[in-house]
Design a protein around this ligand. Structure first.
Ligand code: G
Ligand code: MN
Length: 289
């Protein structure tokens, strides 16, 4: 028989675990996990997602914050948990074949935001980057939708750029779609470069406009004396291929110094801007024009 003291200790242990989970912000997600798929399906029907816009910054003309474009980033606005980051819910979306539906929501909401916050008084076209998984480009219906989005975005003075993630393999059919979409006016970035399934030959097959160097490489640069052969080699390679590199996840001045020293000119990361709501993002573009 367990005596009272042991029971009390066990009880305290359980409480401690709960406190630790609450502290780590994991409890709500864990308790709700079994319902998450149902909630996700419902949220997709209801469009319970919001789009944040992270400025991408160029230092080509010496300005500290010359905005080069915005990346549209989706967040799940869960009715009970609140905002959930893509890293936490995209695996569930992928596992349940809901990626096309989510991409439709991302495109639709981004277009709506840009329609409702126009930039007509700016004389320059701005870049809008949208994350699209390779599998989306396999279906002709999706290509037709993208053509319409291109028309609408260009009318609003936005140059659409598709960020193709390399989490999935990029098949021959996807390469054909990329060539077509590029021909009709989309720009293309290869996203999270170096972290996924990219075969180097792809850089030869597809004329990408940008190569986004994954933030995991940048994390390693702690000061401007750190030598990161992978970053410098990727920058060299992309320049030789005439693809402009964009460095993701820049969080401090030392990283910028180091990257500038190695010839990088376009950056994205908390050091410059966190993801912003559409109004703030557009205000920043106007302020920096
Ligand atoms: O894979 P992709 O590049 O689309 O991912 C962008 C994600 O990275 C976004 O969710 C964004 O919030 C996050 N992010 C953007 N800038 C930084 C940064 O400087 N540091 C970290 N850790 N994450 C960032
Ligand atoms: Mn991206």
């Amino acid at each position: 028989m367990l005596d009272d003291k042991v029971i009390l200790f066990l009880f305290l242990d359980v409480i401690l675990i709960f406190v630790a989970l609450i502290y780590m912000g994991k409890l709500s997600t864990l308790l709700l996990k079994p319902c998450l798929l149902i909630d996700l399906q419902q949220s997709i029907l209801d469009g319970n997602f919001i789009i944040m816009y992270q400025p991408i910054v160029s230092t080509t003309n010496g300005h500290k914050k010359n905005i080069y474009g915005l990346e549209a980033l989706i967040r799940w606005n869960h009715p009970k948990i609140g905002l959930i980051m893509p890293d936490e819910f995209i695996p569930l979306v992928e596992k349940n074949n809901l990626m096309d539906r989510l991409t439709d929501i991302l495109l639709q909401k981004t277009l709506n935001d840009l329609k409702n916050n126009d930039i007509f008084n700016l004389d320059k076209t701005q870049n809008i980057s949208i994350n699209i998984p390779p599998s989306y480009l396999l279906k002709s219906i999706n290509i037709k939708k993208l053509v319409l989005y291109r028309d609408n975005l260009i009318k609003l003075n936005w140059q659409p750029c598709i960020e193709i993630t390399e989490r999935e393999k990029i098949s021959e059919q996807v390469i054909i779609s990329i060539h077509y979409l590029r021909k009709i006016g989309f720009k293309f970035s290869i996203d999270d470069f170096g972290s996924g399934c990219t075969a180097l030959y792809l850089l030869q097959e597809v004329p990408f406009d940008h190569l986004k160097i994954d933030k995991r490489f940048i994390e390693k640069v702690k000061n401007d004396n750190d030598v990161n052969h992978i970053i410098t080699t990727i920058i060299d390679l992309s320049k030789k291929l005439d693809i402009k590199p964009i460095v993701e996840g820049v969080e401090n001045r030392q990283q910028v110094e180091y990257l500038k020293g190695n010839g990088c000119e376009i950056y994205q990361g908390y050091y410059f801007y966190k993801p912003l709501n559409i109004k703030t993002a557009i205000n920043e573009i106007i302020k920096n024009k």
